[in-house]
Design a protein around this ligand. Structure first.
Ligand code: C5P
Length: 221
């Protein structure tokens, strides 16, 4: 039988990327950031000058994109063809446009198929929005990582601006609220599906959150 799959979903700012990486490293599993795949497809389509609102064209091109995900949790990589896009996909122009790809049904079907192929090989922690429900509903461990809106906002501000003063919080608030709204049309990631364990990290340190997920792995395997 295939090796362990740990599925982790959560909203932006829940800390799921960091937590998922740490869990994968602790368990010597591979690590897949599915958000990075949506971002990389967005990057490539924009690079080609494609209008993302042209759903038909974007959906037709998506399966042809040579996306290469490096799954080492200590050094995850994202390439499109020969180009390393790890930094470029974090730019705000990508964060703003990515929901047009995430809500494109054909592009989504293609990425979900690629993600399912990786899940089928096992030994992997996969994080995103629809992993516990669509990509790996049979995963041995399924976790919804939540955090209060306040906490998520502060974490994003720290990430984007290096501090959590009023200016940084204001600048971040709009982005977080808009992405939550966009993403809520993508997947119902704000509520746990049946059988999914919820970890609320609002009052937990990173170490405590990683430990909580590792305990769930112990319990479920
Ligand atoms: O996780 P991250 O914030 O990098 O994801 C970027 C975007 O990709 C999300 O805002 C969402 O629109 C989309 N996404 C998705 N399904 C996933 C992962 C990400 O639709 N499994």
């Amino acid at each position: 039988s295939a090796g362990l799959v740990v599925a982790i979903d959560g909203p932006s700012g829940s800390g799921k990327s960091t937590v998922a990486r740490r869990v994968a490293a602790a368990l010597a599993l591979r690590y897949l950031d599915t958000g990075a795949m949506y971002r990389a497809v967005t990057w490539w389509l924009l690079e080609q000058g494609i209008d993302l609102r042209d759903t038909e064209l974007a959906g037709r091109l998506a399966p042809e994109i040579p996306l290469h995900m490096g799954l080492d949790p200590d050094e995850p990589t994202v390439r499109v063809g020969e180009t390393d896009v790890a930094a470029a996909i974090r730019e705000s122009r990508i964060s703003t446009a990515v929901s047009l790809v995430a809500t494109n049904l054909a592009a989504r079907a293609d990425l979900v198929a690629r993600q399912k192929a990786i899940a089928a090989d096992g030994d992997v922690v996969i994080e995103g929005r629809d992993i516990t429900t669509v990509v790996a509903p049979d995963a041995a461990v399924r976790v919804l990582l939540t955090a209060s809106e306040e906490t998520r906002l502060a974490r994003r501000a720290q990430e984007l601006y290096g501090n959590v003063d009023a200016t940084a919080l204001d600048a971040t608030r709009d982005q977080v609220a808009r992405r939550d709204a966009d993403d809520s049309t993508v997947a119902r990631f704000q509520e746990a599906a049946e059988g999914v364990d919820v970890v609320d990290s609002s009052r937990m340190t990173l170490d405590e959150t990683v430990s909580a997920v590792l305990e769930l792995v112990e319990k479920r395997t």
